[in-house]
Ligand binder design. Structure first.
Ligand code: BGC
Ligand code: BGC
Length: 654
């Protein structure tokens, strides 16, 4: 473990940053010149060239196509030379959420074999990508890690590297060799529903984590424990105006380079093999130029990413992302390919895409040289990944315990402990003694879907039950295991007549799970937690101020205004979206048998924490990024201001 940790030392990161910055240019050209750490390999290039030279146009365009497993069969992969498949969020073998690891392996093998029985001169294997964004999250029974925002609070690149390794093992266990992770968004506005997919608003942390996660996932390329990583979403996804999903990023190109691209510098240093393009658009506030959707941006994809930064892997589009380029549809977009997209995620309309793209090449709208570049990148990545050598299902055990082994659960539990940020601990309420009786309040305390958030079994993390998560603990079950079931009572709504017998109350306030789009809190909706979840305030109000100390945990995918909850609690913990290992929460709440803290609070805020709805206004921030108490800190927070009506916020601070 020590040796691995050493690879992610901040010192190394600083050198990397230094080398990049040393070559950074002027404001007119803000981009560093990246040194590709993987030296060119002439033998590999020659092999790629020979393979591509032997391909027909149909075969090449087939290779540039990525279809969803719900819309393509193995036999179609064979007939159309499909280069890649994915299972989008909530897509499982036979559309069975409870599919076993063996079901995943069999499907992987069927697709692989189909791709290796085409009539191509050199058969090119299909590659399967999946959104393993906090562990192998589409797979029943898999241990789920805290979402990225919680890892950001841990400020621990070595931990992130170990999570990457563990995730790679989970993904490989199902016969899949490509993870659509990490998200490297440097989120500016917590109204965005994807804030939890972002590590931090601090570009340096995102850079270090991008490098660590890519190294962790990819390990040694081509080895049986390696999966390809994806740096996503290029570029500016976290900077959209008002935090709108798929919105418009208004900033200068210099700020794109300094802030939003930071994670890519780390990922590129770690030899990331794939980059996914962002749904967002870019307006350059320095020049006034509206560049439009990133999926059509030849400057930022072709000139900057591929040529200037020297990225030699493949660029994949996002789910139906091409249709948002003006003049395009879901199945036809020469602009996107000409802008530099190599592999096109056309989940459903892949057949029409192949037809229209072949026609575009024949009429000269897309040059053959662009097609050859795209296919060469795809083939090179596949060669690097070892896919040509054997089926990714070969050698995997159908009862893959690696999905939830004691080791992976311990790692997730450690990550949970390190991700918690203590915002209040008046009168040293924490840690709780192991002896007294505890009342647990709040729906989230017994809900794995709320504890895990979006991208958990399903896309939005909805339509699931706690019983869909075996091998997992809610906070409630974890507390019962820790201090004994007889010492823990549970009341979701806090309607308990007599609190006299309790030594403490543990309250969980929680968001319902959400992912893209649906997770946005669009203006004029309030970012105050209790205006969206008034039942949490009602429950807390029932138990607060009754002479029993209250410890509140908040499960949320972003910092939210919570001063009313904080005021009614003696201790308050930002717990983010911890995933399946509730034991990590109990570890931090309960003292050891000797009455002393079992673990220290080390988490610090990865984002500014708002006081109310006026996010960017003076006084709008309650706790600065980097804030976090330790158990030793003597905090008496005092009463925090509560009212701040959203309509009173100036436009720019929404
Ligand atoms: C898919 C997701 C995808 C989303 C995009 C859903 O139907 O399952 O994987 O991200 O569509 O809109
Ligand atoms: C998301 C991507 C994801 C893809 C495939 C898109 O909607 O933006 O992050 O990788 O779907 O599920």
């Amino acid at each position: 473990m020590k040796a691995l940790a050493g690879r992610f030392r901040p010192k190394v990161m600083l050198c990397v940053a230094g080398a990049l910055l040393a070559s950074a240019a002027t404001a007119a050209d803000p981009w560093p010149r990246a040194v590709n750490p993987a030296p060119r390999n002439p033998a590999l290039d020659a092999r790629v060239h020979a393979i591509v030279a032997g391909m027909t146009l149909e075969q090449k365009v087939g290779q540039m196509t990525q279809a969803d497993i719900r819309s393509v069969t193995p036999d179609e992969v064979r007939r159309y030379y499909i280069g890649s498949i994915l299972n989008g969020g909530g897509a499982w073998p036979s559309m069975n959420m409870h599919s076993s690891v063996d079901d995943w392996l069999k499907l992987s093998d069927a697709f692989y074999r189909a791709s290796m029985s085409t009539d191509m001169k050199v058969k090119v294997p299909v590659i399967w990508g999946t959104d393993a964004v906090h562990g192998h999250n589409n797979v029943y029974g898999a241990t789920l890690f805290p979402h990225n925002i919680g890892l950001g609070a841990a400020h621990d690149p070595a931990l992130v590297g170990r999570i990457g390794r563990a995730t790679a093992s989970q993904v490989r266990a199902t016969g899949i060799t490509w993870a659509f992770a990490p998200t490297l968004a440097v989120v500016q506005n917590p109204r965005w529903g994807r804030t939890y997919e972002s590590y931090s608003s601090n570009p340096e942390l995102v850079r270090d984590y991008g490098e660590a996660m890519v190294r962790g996932l990819q390990g040694q390329l081509g080895s049986p424990t390696s999966v390809l990583a994806t740096a996503k979403h290029w570029l500016g996804d976290g900077g959209t105006f008002h935090g709108k999903d798929q919105g418009e990023t208004r900033t200068s190109e210099a700020n794109l380079a300094a802030t939003h691209a930071a994670g890519y510098y780390g990922a590129l240093m770690a030899n990331v093999q794939t980059v996914m393009v962002s749904y967002s658009s870019f307006t350059d506030t320095a020049s006034g130029k509206h560049w439009g959707k990133m999926h059509g941006n030849a400057h930022l994809i072709g000139d900057v990413l591929k040529r200037r930064l020297g990225f030699d892997g493949l660029v994949v589009s996002d789910w139906n992302g091409i249709e948002q380029v003006p003049g395009c549809t879901k199945w036809h977009c020469p602009q996107a390919i000409n802008a530099g997209i190599d592999l096109v995620m056309v989940p459903d309309d892949w057949k029409k895409f192949i037809g229209t793209t072949i026609a575009d090449v024949r009429t000269g709208r897309i040059k053959m040289s662009r097609i050859d570049d795209a296919v060469s990148r795809i083939v090179r990545v596949k060669l690097e990944s070892g896919l040509f050598d054997s089926s990714p299902a070969t050698g995997q055990h159908p009862d893959a315990t690696v999905m939830h082994s004691p080791e992976v659960r311990m790692l997730a539990r450690e990550a949970v402990r390190k991700s918690l940020v203590l915002l209040k601990n008046d009168h040293g309420v924490l840690p709780l003694r192991r002896t007294g009786k505890v009342l647990v309040v709040g729906k989230g305390a017994a809900s794995l879907p709320m504890q895990a958030g979006g991208w958990s079994l399903t896309w939005q993390g909805d339509n699931t039950k706690t019983s869909d998560y075996p091998n997992a603990d809610t906070l409630l079950s974890a507390l019962r295991k820790t201090i004994g079931a007889g010492n823990v009572d549970y009341s979701p709504d806090g309607k308990v007549a007599d609190l006299g017998g309790y030594s403490a109350i543990v309250m969980v306030a929680a968001e319902n799970p959400y992912a893209e789009g649906a997770g946005d809190i669009s203006f004029p909706r309030s970012v105050r937690h209790t205006s969206r979840y008034p039942a949490d305030l009602a429950a807390l109000t029932r138990v607060s101020g009754k002479g029993v100390p209250v410890v509140t945990l908040l499960f949320s995918g972003r910092p939210v205004a919570a001063n009313d909850l904080i005021n009614r609690s003696d201790a308050f913990i930002a717990a983010w979206l911890p995933g399946t290992e509730g034991m990590g929460l109990a570890d931090m709440l309960v003292a050891g048998p000797d009455g002393l803290p079992a673990f220290a609070f080390t988490g610090r805020l990865p984002f500014d924490w708002p006081a109310g709805d006026c996010l960017a206004k003076k006084g709008g921030i309650q706790f600065r990024r980097g804030y976090g108490l330790t158990l030793g800190s003597r905090s008496t927070l005092g009463r925090l201001p509560e009212a701040q009506p959203v309509m009173a916020c100036p436009v720019e601070s929404r």
